[in-house]
Design a protein around this ligand. Structure first.
Ligand code: NAD
Length: 248
């Protein structure tokens, strides 16, 4: 039996990168998946690919996690399409890197708004369904820089550290109703987000990774599958580091 047979999942920022890889891993294990993304066309195309490759129900919708009404509509869409919502992955994220002295306040707000407040809005909307059902999993995609800090990423690392606090608080609030909330803190993973780094920056980061390589989206998807599936039923409020040993 597949690990997620009969379950349904919503992945924010699911059109590409880590989110799409997580959705693929879930679909391979039998889950129905809804991909929510500001890039609606990309999400719809990705969902069509998942459905045909895995023989599961999959759909892509426009979702802006900074907008409470859009978050509520996405949860409603999931319930309408699949009859329920078992798993939420708060994966949508952006960077607007700069040294603090050059960082515009609006770039600080924008990153907090997507990465942290967006996860709060989605979790709040999902909780209405999950708490009533007395079951559910929420997985927040944090980052190693939320644990260790990073020069040039004060906004991003603050958002990802905040997400860890959100994870722990939601875990305590939701546990009595059977809803488990955990975070994954990836290290540096090969996606469009890290493609933007210059070669020298990539080499400097690689020198800090004991496993001597960037991770792959599939490395993060494996951890997400574990936290969504039957083998993690007594785990909540935890941060699972997927970082090649970069921060221990
Ligand atoms: N790539 C890495 O090295 C790395 C490391 C640690 C954590 N992360 C985190 O993993 C997550 C995915 O990163 P990725 O590397 O796949 O990035 P990516 O840029 O490839 O994908 C991010 C996705 O989020 C979507 N998105 C952006 N703003 C949105 C919004 N307001 N509402 C809905 N969707 C939105 C984008 O359209 C995109 O499809 C992010 O939260 C990122 O911070 C990435």
């Amino acid at each position: 039996m597949k690990q997620l047979e009969g379950l349904s999942a919503l992945v924010t920022g699911g059109a590409r990168g880590i989110g799409l890889e997580i959705a693929s891993a879930f679909a391979r294990e039998g889950a129905s998946v809804l991909l929510g993304d500001v890039s609606a066309d990309e999400a719809a195309a990705a969902a069509a690919g998942l459905a045909s490759a895995n023989g599961v129900k999959a759909a892509g919708i426009r979702l802006d996690v900074t907008d409470a009404a859009s978050c509520e509509a996405a949860i409603e869409e999931s319930v309408k399409t699949f009859g329920k919502l078992d798993i939420l992955v708060n994966n949508a994220g952006i960077t607007k890197d700069n040294l603090v002295l050059r960082m515009k306040p609006e770039d600080f707000d924008a990153v907090i708004s997507v990465n942290l407040k967006g996860s709060f809005l989605m979790s709040k909307a999902a909780a209405k369904v999950m708490l009533r059902a007395r079951t559910g999993r929420i997985i927040n995609i944090s980052s190693v820089v939320g644990q260790a800090g990073q020069a040039g990423q004060a906004n991003y690392s603050a958002s990802k550290a905040g997400l860890i606090g959100l994870t722990k608080s939601l875990a305590k609030e939701f546990a009595p109703r059977g809803v488990l909330v955990n975070a994954i803190a990836p290290g540096f993973i090969e996606t469009r987000m890290t493609d933007a780094l210059k070669d020298e920056a990539k080499a400097a980061v690689t020198a800090l990774i004991p496993l001597e390589r960037f991770g792959k989206p599939a490395d993060v998807a494996g951890a997400a599958l574990f936290l969504a599936g039957p083998h993690s039923s007594y785990i909540t409020g935890q941060v699972l580091a997927v970082n090649g040993g970069m921060y221990i």
